[in-house]
Design a protein around this ligand. Structure first.
Ligand code: FAD
Length: 310
């Protein structure tokens, strides 16, 4: 699904101009000296048959790619480099996609709550009730992330999705160039840092807090503190108190794969449960739904749709 998403994203990019502070320089995952790296390398070897490319790097090669890790390089046993990986600002990307869709005739009903999905029969949806009135359509796609089970349950669809809260912290760098040039994941701290133009975005934490998305500044600070252990010189050069905290819910399924495809209602599709990789898998999931809704079947051989049905 991730490969299909990357191919689909690249084809959208070829056909339109999209600006979302993207980097296409690959990503790096660095491993502390605790023996976990060899297991991860083994797992990735198993994924090579699906086109996952990677290089194993020693400490010298890590520094060639990311000199900013020189202060802490002795912590690491090595790294894995994924040349095909990309990154960007998901919020900007989403707005860009909305702009393209609007130009093609799509209409977005903002600040509108879906209150109920109303069925006409055991096999057909009639309409959705919203805070702004009823909406009728030929087809419906349920894509409410962690909130999907709430509206699916009255239809007899039980989605095994649990919200897992995470934090993202974005720090303006004000011209400081001492950070990474591509996304770097530290496997020891489970912390991710992603350069975005003149900002550094950091992510981490996994909390079972039900639907509580309240931002606790202490938790945001913990994410930042982990990154400062990796980039100690940042504290002296950047105003770390200017960091902006955000929290969100990852819609987790028990096994990991998302739930994408048909339901027992002929005009209702599911596109949900993407856990920690919702953007990574978004364009591929959307392609599958578009194929199903317009052609009645999935047109690509890249994925087996049976792997993603409920
Ligand atoms: C800290 C953090 C970092 C992450 N980093 C990455 C990353 O690097 N790469 C990656 O691929 N993924 C990442 N993710 C995961 C990604 O954010 C999710 O997988 C993705 O947001 C799921 O998308 P979605 O559209 O299915 O659900 P959501 O993004 O949760 O969107 C669901 C939407 O439905 C709306 N909604 C809910 N109920 C109703 C209703 N009744 N009526 C109307 N609207 C409703 C909600 O308001 C929300 O806007 C991260 C998540 C977190 C928390």
């Amino acid at each position: 699904m991730a490969r299909l998403s990357l191919e689909t994203l690249r084809s959208i990019r070829r056909n339109s101009s999209l600006h979302y502070e993207q980097t296409t320089r690959g990503t790096m995952r660095v491993f502390p000296r605790d023996g976990r790296m060899s297991k991860f390398v083994q797992m990735c070897r198993g994924m090579q048959e699906w086109g996952v490319k990677f290089d194993v790097l020693d400490r010298e090669q890590i520094l060639e790619k990311e000199p900013c890790l020189s202060d802490v390089i002795d912590r690491y046993t090595g790294a894995m480099f994924f040349p095909d990986d990309e990154s960007g600002d998901a919020h900007k990307f989403t707005n860009e996609m909305a702009r393209l869709a609007t130009a093609l005739g799509a209409q977005f009903l903002m600040n509108t709550n879906v209150l109920e999905i109303v069925r006409r029969s055991k096999s057909r949806i009639s309409h959705v009730k919203t805070s702004e009135g009823d909406v009728h359509a030929d087809a419906y796609v349920l894509s409410l992330g962690s909130y999907s089970p709430i509206l699916a349950r009255p239809l007899g669809i039980h989605l095994p999705i649990v919200p897992v809260k995470g934090y993202s912290v974005t720090l303006p760098l004000n011209g400081w160039k001492g950070g990474p040039t591509r996304p770097v994941m530290d496997d020891g701290y489970h912390a991710m840092m992603v350069p975005m133009g003149d900002r550094l975005r950091m992510g981490g934490k996994a909390e079972f807090a039900r639907y509580n998305t309240k931002i606790d500044p202490k938790e945001g600070r913990r994410v930042l503190d982990d990154i400062l252990k990796i980039l100690p010189s940042m504290a002296a050069n950047v105003d770390v108190d200017s960091a902006l905290n955000w929290s969100g819910l990852r819609p987790m399924t028990p096994g990991g794969p998302p739930i994408v495809g048909l339901t027992s209602y002929e005009n209702l599709f599911l596109n949900t449960g993407h856990g920690p990789l919702g953007w990574t898998m978004s364009c591929g999931s959307a392609k599958i739904i578009a194929d199903l809704a317009t052609h009645g079947r999935v047109l690509t051989n890249s994925v087996d749709p049976a792997d993603y049905v409920l």
